[in-house]
Unconditional design. Sequence first.
Length: 153
Amino acid sequence: MSQYEAHVAWHRGNQVFIDNRYSRGHVWSFDGGLSVPASSAPSSVPLPMSVAANVDPEEALVAALASCHMLFFLSFAQKQGYVVDDYQDHAIGFMAKNEEGRLFIAHIELHPRVIFSGEQVPTKEQIDALHHLSHDSCYIANSLRASVTIIQE
């Protein structure tokens, strides 16, 4: 079974902390050596305690789903003989309250725009089938409670 790890680090420094005005800025580090500046979303914790330029967990979840879907789509397209020149997605996550009144990412929309070239270009139905297969195969989609809609651009 595969295992995936991330290191999350936050340091108080000289901030008071007790007044709840401490920075939520922190760093995610991954096994390949990449570090990503992270923070709470400004919609959850107001500025300046959040860092608007940093990635927040909600954005990361949406990006993880879109990335996973794209990687499966590219793989399946290649296996079926299609040449993908460009894949762009504007993914959007929507927050709502669950049955207990707790906020969660309730729905994610993927808006993929795919450009193909070569002798064999898929029909709309074949592209739909590739997206359906990609969604069903995506590890992140299979891990989420949120509903996912794919709206082709």
